[in-house]
Structures are given as structure tokens and as C-alpha cells.
Write a protein that binds this ligand. Sequence first.
Ligand code: SF4
Length: 378
Amino acid sequence: MPPEVHSILGASAADRWMNCTPSAQLTAGMEDETTTFAAEGTAAHALCEWKVRKALKMRAGRRPTSDYWTDEMEEFTDDYRDFIMDLVGQAKQQCKDPVTLIEQHLDFSCYVPDGFGTGDFLLVADKELNVVDFKYGRGVAVYADHNPQMMLYALGALNLFDCLYDIEQVTMTIFQPRLSSISTWTITAAELYQWAEEVLKPKAELAAKGEGEFVSGSWCRFCKARNTCRARAESFLELAKMEFQPPALLSDEEVAEVMEKADELSKWANDVMAYAQAEAIENGKHWNGYKLVEGRSVRKFSDEAKVEAAAKEAGYTDIYNKSLITLTAFEKLMGKKTFADVLGQYVTKPAGKLTLVPVSDKRPEVSVNTVNDEFQED
Ligand code: SF4
């Protein structure tokens, strides 16, 4: 992977600086946050890159190593590689020599001052450009439809290829395996250029100068100012002041209105609490009415080898718990085909836990009657 360098108006933050144009300059001097999730994502990306390079018979170097490696990561990065190889296979049916690029630096500075980003995978075949982004997050599903990050990557890729290949159509895909989500959207190159001139450029100019209105929304989630941003706080305090009319019980419409706002409200409250706690722990900050205490801790052995020896010495032999290797380990051991032949009949994928989400969520709706019927058949 190329070294991590960030542009103030980078593609990954485009949803934020396009909706809240002053946010880019406000947060420009703030320290980058390093989170376990980000480090885990970087490890998964490195593994994806290596696997795709190998599958495409490109120079791949040594397999990357990481403390974040898990069976799950192995499986999801395999899925990504298989998805990419299917895409390349389909492209080869239309065009003899499709062009593939991995972890490509993409420059879209003709629309966004100093704007650049890195595209996970690009494929050009028969006047069509494919841009694929791998996301390892499992918090919120991200969709390709009108996604500004993907559109910026696509513009950067057009910048590289359009004069050579006369691209007419761009297909963007976000591959998010932990949410079983593959989201794809297609737009013509002409429409993309029009959006770049009419929507992107004016917003980027404001953002570069730190001008425009502070506007809070879902894009605040990864903003470095989110814990102490006044505009965000004000918007939530407005929500908390929602006024309900008599009678005494809330109507269905009012319950729906509360649900619509509660999710964002609770995320904001959690962000502020996490910020205050981190300040108290890391910088000794005192908050009126609050104190630091030790939470519950779980007992564990300091040295398992010594525990084993001491227990045996004391005459205890029944101290081992044999367990079967994992499903992924079996699949690796047998290979996908034999695994499917020998053990496929024993593999089940239980239905996920039912969750109430906003209608904008792209997952298909589940009918409660269907779920109950299935339950009764068991
Ligand atoms: S927290 Fe939200 S409203 Fe505040 S600066 Fe960041 S993006 Fe804008």
C-alpha cells in the first residue's frame, strides 16, 4: 500500500466537506485519530491488495502480516478477491486486454484544490470504467449511489484514462463484506463531468477557503470536531426541545418522529461522553459532577503453562477442552469444492437478529409474518 498521506479535501471525507463546507479548514490542524477500527481496516486492505495482485499474477511481494489478522478477515478478503476476479473475467469476455490498477493514486485537483485519493481497484474495458472500493467497517452500510467519495475516485480515474480509452460509462462498487453488502451504481461519464462542474467545483472552492454554512448530519460521524462542534450541539439541542401536542399519549406519527431522530441523538451523546472520558483519563481533566472510577474486571491466568503444571502436580488431569477447528479452517484444509461436497450439508447461516432501521437503509424489508411462519415450522 502507498504511504498514507491525506488531502484536506480528500475523497474519503467528501460527504462531510461537501455538506458542511467550513469543516475541512476547521479540522485541518486537529490531530488525526488512530482507532483500532482504522488499523484493522488498513490491515484488511493490505491483505486484499496482496491477494488480488497474486490472483492477477502481478508482483505481490510477501504476504502482509498484522496483529489484526483473524479467520473472518481471511474469509472476507478472499471474498473480495473472488469478486474482483469475477469482474475481470466478465470484462475479458468483452475485451481482450482489460486494464487493471490496484491501490492507484487518483488526482482530481482540476475540480478540488489539492484533491487526491487512492482507488482500491480500477478496471477499464470496452469504454467502461469500473471503480471498486473495499470497506471493512461493520457499523453503517455505505452505498455507491451518488456517493461523493466514489464519484471523486471516478473523476480521478477518468483523468488518467479518458483520453486513451474514450470512456462512456462509469460503474462504481462498494464492497462491504461484514455487512454482506455489495452496492453498485452506474453513471455516464458525461453526467459525472456535469456534476463535477456544477456541484463539486463550487462546494470545493468554498471548502478550500473555509467558507459556507456549518451543517450537521450523518457526515459528522467521522469529523474531528464532532465532540465539541457548536453547530452539531445546537442541532441536537433543538431536537431535544421537540414539542408534543396534547393528548397525553404520543401518536404513531410522533413515535416515528422520535425514532427518526433518536439514533443520531444517541450517537452524538455517546461521542460527547467518549470525548469527556478520554480527556479525563488522558489529560486529567475534571468535569463538574463527574469522577473517574475503576470498572469491573475479569480474572485471568498470568501464565497458562505454569497453571497447567501446577494443576497436574496437584493430580488434576481433566483440564483440557478439545474443540473442533473453525469452519474457515476446514474450508482451507479441504479446499472450497471438497468442503462443499463433504460438509456443505452441515453449514447453516442463521437469520440475523431483527432490527428496526430507517426506510433509507438498502437492506430488503422482512415481513414479521414470514419470520413467525418460519419459526413455527421449526
Ligand atoms: S461536526 Fe458536523 S457540523 Fe460540526 S464541523 Fe464537523 S461536519 Fe460540520
